[in-house]
Design a protein around this ligand. Sequence first.
Ligand code: ADP
Ligand code: ZN
Length: 745
Amino acid sequence: MEIFNDKKQMNREYIMGTAENYLQKYFGYNTFRSPQEEIINNVLQGKDTVVLMPTGGGKSMCYQLPALMMEGLTLVISPLISLMKDQVDALKSNGIEAEYLNSSLSDIEERMINQKITSNQLKILYISPEKLLRSSIFGQLKYYNIKLIAIDEAHCTSQWGHDFRPEYAQLKRIRETYPEIPIIALTATADRAVRSDIAELLGMWDEQVFISSFDRPNLSLAVVPATNRYNQILKMIGKHADQSGIIYCSSRKQTEKLTEKLVSEGYDAACYHAGLDPLERSRVQAAFIEGKLKIIVATIAFGMGIDKPDVRFVMHYNLPKNLEGYYQEIGRAGRDGLPSETILFYGYGDVATQMHFINQIENEEYRKIQEDKLKRIQEYAESQICRRKVLLAYFSEQTAADCGNCDVCLNPPKYENGTIPAQMALSAITRTNEQTGMTTTIDILKGTFTPSIKENGYDTLKTFGAGRQITASNWAMYIQQFIQQGIIEIDYKDHSKLKLNEASRMVLSGQKEVKLVSYETTVERRNAGKVPKVQKAISALTPDENLFVLLRKVRKSIADKEGKLHYHVFGDATLKQMAAIVPLTKEELLRVTGVGEYKAQKYGDFFLDVISDFVKGNPELKNQSAQTFHATPEPEKKAMKPLVGKEQKNQILDLFRQKYTIEQIAAEFARSKETILKYLLEFYRNNPESLDVYQLVTHEQVELVKAAKNALDQTDRLKPYYDYFNGQLDYDVIRVSLAVLQMNQ
Ligand code: ADP
Ligand code: ZN
């Protein structure tokens, strides 16, 4: 058994060694990202695979690389026509034979592609589900020499999700008709209900599921009060001059208003919402993707199918409905892994609006779910602990450490005694008989004469002007905190008026103290003065900014000349690295991440010329280049990483013995649950005495499986058991129980 394992391991190392060569040659990347390697290995073994990875995580590589390594064709099913073209262009830019088939092609184009397929010229073919299922192609697949089918955006199969597509629900036919072709399904959905549906809806069985962490450490997170939004937007735009950003608003009208203001002040912005004429919409979207339009002000209608890697900021002018939507939207920033910023403006006005819509939902169960989701995003917005922790916890991911890249981590809350301001606010509310909302209450506290104040005689109240020394925006922030702490209630059913409760009365009578996060904290957060850890780490290699600008110009002229997207020439991350390590020869250029052989050949000279010219005027950079490439010996090629290294194996065992769950261990090592379980079972088979397998299953479950095993003719296949128990025992339990039974035979 040992020997067999070793051999398998060696075989795998050989495969992965070759895979790394392909990665370098075609894509110019040196190493796989954490789960890519395991996924590719699984795919190359012809097994079904489900990949759950966040946006920008590198899903495409998981099928593109095997496609290159296998003889034959890989079919990629993708729901988004716009994205298909983009992906195929990107592949072609790397010298890879790829095409797409969808309704946008003419008959002649389609015939030409068919010819390429039948003459085995293609490695990768993208296809829309409609095209696949509704044309004669489906029946002909057997003549196509297809070795792998990738289903992108696989969450579209699930009715639970927002992106459900009826054609996707029919993709099960692939498995039924072509059971021998392995399938890899990929999605970035963080929605748990949807995730659990995918494999079943595609008719897979015995698939391996790979779940990566959904953390996006390069995205900074910040939530600030929804006051002075416009100024903060200008600040953000100023900080990212000449770079792309998205501002999400909750209504069409708001997007138009904001765009108008920005444009009238000379900013390069346009709005996007579902009410626009489709032509205008695609014009705006294309301009944004090509980098010709910098800022897009949009409703949530914008984003699906946007694969732009260099969006540098995403702002939310209004509070989104739920954390799923919010995370998806901010996820559109920084797909290239470079630091990017996100800001959410938070105010009670938005909560009231959302509540208003929720209250109109008739189905009680659905309404409750929406209410709960809103509450959870409020909790996120009001959090005084690391926001990333709150966010990841919502998606069932636990993290031990604070992120260092959210506003709370960068400016931890400083507390002060807030009893007196609380009493002032509560007394103002009492004296109006709980008839005022946030704005009027603040007007009373500040002593501001407005028509409504006079009309209601509030200027005669004893509290009128009692809180003059505190600014209006600080009052807003304080009252928000009082609401969060439950000493003021907000009645969404009665025009969001502020109301008192038992806790309010205790504060008023001096029986209860109130703590407040000082407003300095918020001001500091708003100014976001500190540099987060990741940003420091990423900029450890400092690019020469002037050189970077020149390289971008070269890129632009190539892209314009070839009529392709600038990032299909090279991405920002690649140009930044060039500007930092200053390569002077083609060999040196090839060591820049993102420069593969094809592109080095095709574009290398253009960039090298500019770099060597630049170095002539800046001779100190030559030293930098020499240091990078010559003084330091070439680092030895990374030793091939075994599936789970020896040291890691020991740590895994330790954690397991300390009663950590498989999920926790998997998260700790950024490995899939399956890998951890596989390793533990392997260890158990070799050392049954040293591992308490009953941490994973109960005796009763093993007994159940034993009975089933007799009924199922002693089979070792998992699926029959799964069916036998009608899905009530999950695959892991069955796997472990079978291992126990084998050992006890
Ligand atoms: P997803 O589909 O998961 O959103 P992509 O497949 O578009 O992500 O990949 C995101 C970016 O990461 C792309 O620019 C891709 O080229 C890059 N990438 C993928 N794998 C690697 C790797 N192993 N090393 C460096 N960059 C990678
Ligand atoms: Zn944090």
